[in-house]
Ligand binder design. Structure first.
Ligand SMILES: Nc1ncnc2c1ncn2[C@@H]1O[C@H](COP(=O)(O)OP(=O)(O)OP(=O)(O)O)[C@@H](O)[C@H]1O
Ligand SMILES: [Mg+2]
Length: 248
């Protein structure tokens, strides 16, 4: 589903991502772990060209999604971002109703059929495990929801435009333990329909939710393997030291 080939990425002169090649299979959850500043978010943002919005950056190498180089001139970036949705650390609903938040992507894409929109909103809220909690107040402001509910709303908003990939940058780090476990459960459910990449600082979370884990350090991919192996029997001593909390 996603394949990077010898990716190097620079902020000005700063070499933030160093020659990373990796593959992510469809319907899997991949976790990125590593110390603060090692490049996890930068690498994740390459998958839907969010780094294009930052000035004075440079990319080398290829990033293929469904076998197409997403940096090719023929790529429509808006289409790409529909197909590769993103959820951020802090829930960022729009100052609109719950319904309008989820309907937004469809409407900006020119969908006008009200019945179709209502159906997609319901489906997306269900898929994000939020429907039961909001079905009686769809026209209330999104800001009336709790942080955990807002985060699931943002997930519903991403799902409404039918992506194939969902990128999540520390989606639960601003949430309480109960909301966090809801998000983790949700990730588990979504895996059957989406390819998910999640950045997390929480080692237990990576171990719980992911099939594969990539360990990053100073812009390099130190180790990438099945999550079980990574946490039980990593190849590298640096990985062992990091996951056992000896640094980072
Ligand atoms: N917009 C930017 N301009 C310049 N340098 C940046 C920018 N964003 C990130 N960097 C640098 O690139 C490196 C990687 O940053 P990145 O945010 O990808 O790390 P991270 O692994 O996500 O860290 P954290 O766990 O703290 O979120 C850091 O050294 C950071 O200072
Ligand atoms: Mg980050």
């Amino acid at each position: 589903m996603i394949e990077t080939k010898n990716i190097n990425f620079y902020y000005g002169d700063f070499h933030a991502i160093k020659n990373i090649s990796m593959k992510m299979e469809p319907n899997t959850v991949t976790a990125f772990i590593g110390p603060s500043g090692c490049g996890k978010s930068t690498f994740l943002r390459l998958f839907n060209r969010m780094n294009d919005l930052i000035n004075n950056t440079r990319l080398e190498g290829e990033c293929l999604i469904k076998s197409k180089n997403i940096y090719d001139k023929s790529i429509d970036v808006d289409e790409l971002r529909k197909d590769v949705g993103m959820v951020f650390q802090k829930p960022n609903p729009f100052p609109k109703s719950i319904f309008e938040n989820v309907a937004y992507g469809l409407k900006v894409n020119g969908v006008k059929d009200k019945k179709f929109i209502a159906q997609k909103v319901e489906e997306s809220l269900m898929a994000a495990a939020l429907w039961d909690e909001v079905k009686d107040k769809l026209h209330k402001s999104a800001f009336e929801l709790s942080g955990g509910q807002q985060q699931r709303l943002c997930i519903a908003r991403a799902l409404a435009v039918a992506p194939s990939v969902l990128l999540m940058d520390e989606p639960a780090s601003a949430l309480d333990p109960i909301s966090t476990s809801k998000i983790e459960e949700l990730i588990h459910q979504l895996k059957s329909n989406y390819t998910i990449v999640i950045v997390t600082h929480n080692m237990q979370q990576a171990a719980r939710v992911s099939d594969k884990t990539g360990f990053f350090m100073m812009g390099e991919l130190v180790e990438y393997s099945d999550t079980k192996k990574m946490f039980l029997n990593p190849d590298k001593e640096t990985t062992q030291n990091y996951i056992t909390g000896r640094f980072g």
